[in-house]
Design a protein around this ligand. Sequence first.
Ligand SMILES: Nc1nc2c(ncn2[C@@H]2O[C@H](COP(=O)(O)OP(=O)(O)OP(=O)(O)O)[C@@H](O)[C@H]2O)c(=O)[nH]1
Length: 409
Amino acid sequence: MNPSIIYYSPAFAPWKETLNSFLKDTKYEHQWRPFQALSEVPVSSMTILHESDLGETDIPYVGARKVLLLVSAWSFKRSLQMIEIGANDCIGYDDISRIATWVIAEISRSAWQSHSLDQPSSLQTVLDAIPVPIFYKDEHHIYRGCNQSFSEFIGLAKESVIGHSVYDIAPKELADVYYEADQALLAAGGTQVYEASAKSASGELMEIEFSKAVFYKANGEKGGQVGAMLNITDRNRLMRQLDKASRTDPLTGVGNRREFNIAVSVALQKARQSLRATSLLTIDVDHFKSVNDVYGHSGGDKALKFLVNSMLEALPEGGQVYRIGGEEFYILLPDNDLAEARVIAENIRRHIPEQTLSLRGGNLSMTVSIGVIQLGSEQQLEESFKRVDQALYEAKSLGRNRVCLAYYD
Ligand SMILES: Nc1nc2c(ncn2[C@@H]2O[C@H](COP(=O)(O)OP(=O)(O)OP(=O)(O)O)[C@@H](O)[C@H]2O)c(=O)[nH]1
């Protein structure tokens, strides 16, 4: 039989020789291996850990190792506390004969122990047939079982999962999230649903909806938790695409009224905090109907796209274009007062007719009329929209291709 390996923490080192003197007359062979942090100790290994070497970061690893915790002042209560964090046993530091007995019992037991994975049950067969990753952990957060799908998802054989802590199989930053959620669920009982990232076997980060539930032992105490992982990466991606599409004008690619409503609200909040002014331009193409009449509807579509590009060229940093109606646009200027907005509006009005679009052999250039307003509070928005529309109407009625300002009473 190969010698059994006993891992030990630094504070136990001076006691090794005394323990050796107990073990040397037995038929059980052993080897010593020192460790600094419990994470260095392989899962299921025999481990002697002095309480002065036990740090907060070691606790998640305790349940997945056969840990004998040595305490300086043994009491039944202290022992219970240690067993509750997943220790295998707890013995007084100076009780070397009991420590030796524990070591021998462990060596002898490990020779007998048959692995649970060697005994496939009908329940395991059912779990393996479910195409959703499923796992269960005991009350010390140690994996006690999983299905084939879980094993494939994380790219580890069941043997490398079962008996391990989440810190043994996931990167620390993800393990911290799972461990915290596990602790919260065990404390509260019942069920828990949350979204978190998980690394798949290929190394890709997936968005996962975890559905977990606490299960109970026959004596009514919490026995651990079972979890299923729904991969919602594609669903979320699709939802984000749909959300973006619902806020985008399909013809020109700029935001639509829905996007504008969100943006104006954000801009007004920021402007209030930074004491900056926000202004709005409303822009309508002059005689656009004649563009459609001459070049057809598809020619008109090209002209609208071209127009948006021309506006973007003349836009200052931070400004955004939105298509609000057929040939009507808003430009939001989150950082400009009325005087600055007027200059920007004039630049845009002058820039647009200077651009020409070749359509059906002809050259098209357009003019625009613009209304300008400095926005007030969010509550005043409806009033602001009404007034800037009136300013645009004024620009149209004064002969088009001009900028008119809107004021409050
Ligand atoms: N090609 C195309 N035309 C559109 C679209 N949306 C609106 N229109 C056209 O835009 C034109 C708007 O015409 P009117 O509201 O009469 O205004 P106008 O001809 O621009 O004249 P004024 O605004 O008064 O200067 C109509 O002919 C609509 O059919 C679109 O998505 N594509």
